[in-house]
Design a protein around this ligand. Structure first.
Ligand code: NAD
Length: 484
């Protein structure tokens, strides 16, 4: 059903290899996916290269912009198809799909269409010895074929965050969606065809990472640059692949983000903000917080309030309007998360709530369910506090001073985001600048303006995407020097 999409057509794998996509909800097989091998990856990259030389390469910016608005409108027209496909793949609830992930898929195309329309260059008048001078001006040209390698946690949103600017800038793409979430990337092929995006501009190959479609794409000599979102250690592997041929990379990688709550914060707003940051999408959001630091005077009260919220979740199918909490993406990922739950217990954590597998109705029993979990009392050296778990869990620790909490927050190899809660604005600005991250949220979390720079510091990423920042990666800047 969800095949590779190459040169405008849905194709199987010539090796007839396939893999099963299982439901996170109950572990039943949802559908089978053809795994792209060398033949399909070569074909997709060739299609993308040829498209650069064809009709696509001759379009004006305005014509590309019209097509991208068409893509956004067609996603919106087929909203329910995208919601249903992503709900089935991820097991996450309808309200998140309808209010965040799918609308963002359409919005990504609109924002980068607008960005490219108003992008400007630079120019200089240069003095020359003959007195006649020269002018220098810059133009932006597409980089070429972009390999787009994506994770499973917000599939359409994260994929289009890269595909939209790549196409806006005139590139062509070969997308490798996560093996856990093949559906919406495939569906987007139908959208591309429906609105008349030329063949070969958008291609999708399915499969795994190492020794499969992902690695074949990352190593492919005819891919000009690679944009990747996923785990930090996968980024390291892709960077090695990209070094052959000196290809550029843009990386959005893992996080171990600190949430910081001062005693003067709006208490209810802070509890709500940290609840969402720790548990939304079952904790499977790179920007979420698994380390929470709360100023001592409100520590006990805060832990109790967050516990109440965590214990009120309702497990259930995405279509169940009474439910608000979904499973993890897979049994394999559940094993990983549960291994951290076990480590926390072994390291002597106080388990405030959760720590295991919830009771769910019999028809859901085979799904990848885990309890939202809160710990206190762990040392900062525990693996649970240092390593990204990517599950619905957080450790909460009290702090006494601004300097202390800055040091705690920055004591991490990751540097993606932070969320700071205080009503003292001077302190908020100070803190936002001192935490070593790509995004500091103050009295908010996951509030995004798509024109702003997005990315990670330290091991959380390379480069910034969003608004004009995406142009830096998806174009080459060429200088033209004209002697007068
Ligand atoms: P992952 O790194 O396991 O896989 C991501 C993609 O890379 C998949 O498509 C996979 O098949 C592919 N892949 C794996 N090994 C590869 C290789 N050697 N060569 C080429 N491709 C390879 O990540 P995941 O488990 O799908 O996603 C969760 C991770 O993504 C978390 O670490 C999370 O923090 C991170 N993430 C980061 C951001 C961000 O913006 N910084 C956003 C979302 C998710």
């Amino acid at each position: 059903m969800f095949k590779n999409f190459i040169n405008g057509e849905y194709v199987d794998s010539v090796e007839a290899k396939s893999f099963s996509k299982r439901s996170p909800i109950d572990n039943t097989v949802l559908y089978s996916v053809p795994e792209a091998g060398k033949v399909e990856v070569d074909a997709a990259v060739d299609a993308a290269r040829n498209a650069l030389q064809g009709e696509w390469g001759l379009l004006t910016t305005d014509q590309r912009v019209d097509l991208l608005f068409g893509v956004a409108n067609e996603i919106t027209r087929r909203f329910d198809d995208f919601v249903d496909a992503e709900m089935a793949d991820t097991g996450q609830h309808r309200h998140v799909m309808e209010n965040v992930f799918i609308p963002r898929g359409a919005a990504n195309f609109k924002v980068f269409a607008e960005t490219i329309k108003s992008a400007s260059g630079e120019s200089f008048q240069t003095a020359t010895p003959d007195g006649k001078g020269a002018i220098n001006y810059s133009i932006r040209v597409p980089k070429g074929v972009i390999g787009v390698i994506c994770p499973w946690n917000a599939p359409l949103m994260l994929m289009t965050w890269k595909v939209a600017p790549a196409l806006a800038c005139g590139n062509t793409v070969v997308v490798k969606p996560s093996e856990e979430t093949p559906a919406t990337a495939s569906l987007l092929g139908e959208v591309m065809n429906a609105v008349g995006v030329p063949r070969g501009v958008y291609n999708v190959i399915h499969g795994f990472g190492p020794d499969s479609a992902g690695e074949l794409l990352a190593r492919h000599p005819k891919v000009d640059a690679i944009t990747f979102t996923g785990e930090t250690r996968t980024g390291a592997a892709i960077m090695k692949s990209a070094s052959d041929g000196i290809r550029d990379v843009s990386f959005e990688l893992g996080g171990k983000n600190a949430g910081i709550v001062f005693a003067d914060a709006d208490f209810e707003a802070a509890v709500d903000g940290i609840y969402r940051a720790a548990f939304l999408n079952s904790g499977q959001i790179c920007l979420g917080t698994e380390r929470v630091y709360v100023e001592r005077p409100i520590f006990e009260r805060f832990v109790a309030a967050l516990k109440d919220r965590a214990e009120a979740v309702k497990y259930g199918r995405p279509s169940d309007s009474n439910a608000n909490f979904g499973p993890l993406i897979s049994q394999e990922h559940r094993q990983k998360v549960l291994s951290y739950y076990a480590k926390a217990a072994a390291d002597g954590a106080t388990i405030v709530t959760g720590g295991g597998i919830p009771d769910v109705p019999a028809d859901l029993a085979e799904g990848a369910w885990v309890q939202p979990t809160i710990w206190t009392g762990l040392s900062e050296t525990s693996a649970v506090v240092r390593e990204e778990i990517f599950g619905p869990c957080c450790h909460i620790r009290p702090f006494d001073s601004e300097n202390e909490v800055v040091a705690l927050a920055n004591d991490s190899e990751c540097g993606l985001s932070t969320t700071i809660w205080t009503q003292n604005l001077a302190r908020a600005h100070r803190m936002a600048a001192r935490i070593e991250v790509g995004i500091s949220w103050v009295n908010s979390w996951f509030l995004r303006d798509l024109r702003t720079p997005f990315g990670g510091s330290k091991q959380s990423g390379i480069g910034r995407e969003g608004g004009v920042h995406s142009l830096e990666f998806y174009t080459e800047t060429r200088n033209v020097c004209v002697k007068l």
